[in-house]
Write a protein that binds this ligand. Structure first.
Ligand code: AP5
Length: 227
């Protein structure tokens, strides 16, 4: 991994493994993961105004408003740790957000062009993953089927009690998938058309998915400066 990742967009439906892969890329490249879902859940946990506005939308599988989410990302990108690159996980999710990203990030002349990776997994597998997911309060991701903790229900790292996300029921998952198809699938097509885009099969072992994303990033970075 002797190349600078720069700004990376991780796109994909609920449960494709964006968070799992972003955490692994963060460790591999030493760049931060910026997950809008995690940032919103932090706001809910702290009881901020943003959290209050977001909570019921998230529990219905709807998106939080573009203005609120864009501002949250802008605030995060103002921190100094993004200089060598960063992974945007779960953002942009609407064409409106994508246009904001293209404007904001492209306008920063010193940054490398944006590259986008779309992770793809079948619907049935996604449902299985979502209903099996458990998370720690610190945001570590487990799965009762594919990645269980050593002691059932307990985080391996800090001993905290694992919980199920309130939007990880089958009913809310169905709504999240509808939202993805209607609002985020066009974002995937937007970046596919722009080039600097690769699709990765997410229905493989976690380690293999990381290998393929890293190889794709390297190819995309070797494409040279954007005309
Ligand atoms: P968000 O938190 O972003 O949820 P999501 O996009 O639905 O994605 P998930 O977190 O469910 O899945 P993931 O792809 O990260 O998968 P994971 O790695 O955990 O958003 C939640 C809500 O916030 C939205 O519905 C919306 O309301 C709001 N929101 C967020 N961003 C927004 C935005 N930009 N604009 C507006 N609103 C926004 O993996 C899933 C499970 O599978 C885990 O259990 C994991 O262990 C397992 N797993 C992972 N990889 C594998 C593998 N290769 N094999 C087997 N199991 C695997």
């Amino acid at each position: 991994t002797n190349f600078l990742p720069g700004p990376v967009l991780l796109l994909g439906a609920p449960g494709v493994g964006k968070g799992t892969q972003a955490k692994r890329l963060m460790a591999e490249f030493g760049i931060p993961q910026i997950s809008t879902g995690d940032l919103l859940r932090e706001n809910i946990a702290k009881g901020t105004e943003l959290g209050k506005a977001a909570r019921s939308l998230m529990d219905q599988g709807q998106l939080v408003s573009d203005d609120l989410v864009n501002q949250m990302v802008a605030d995060r990108l103002a921190q100094p740790d993004v200089a060598r690159g960063y992974i945007l996980d779960g953002f942009p999710r609407t064409i409106n957000q994508a246009e904001w990203v293209d404007r904001e990030i492209a306008s920063k002349a010193q940054t490398l062009p944006i590259v986008a990776i779309s992770i793809v997994v079948s619907y049935d597998q996604l449902l299985h993953r979502i209903t099996g997911r458990r998370i720690s309060p610190a945001g570590r991701i487990y799965n009762v089927y594919s990645n269980p903790p050593v002691v059932s229900g307990i985080c391996d790292v800090d001993g905290s009690v694992l919980v199920q996300r309130s939007d990880d029921s089958e009913v809310v998952f169905t709504e999240r998938m509808k939202t993805f198809e209607a609002q985020t699938a066009p974002v995937v097509e937007h970046y596919r058309r722009q080039g600097r885009f690769e699709e990765v099969n997410g229905d493989q072992a976690v380690e293999q998915v990381t290998v393929e994303i890293t190889a794709a990033l390297k190819r995309l970075r070797q494409k040279g400066p954007k005309s």
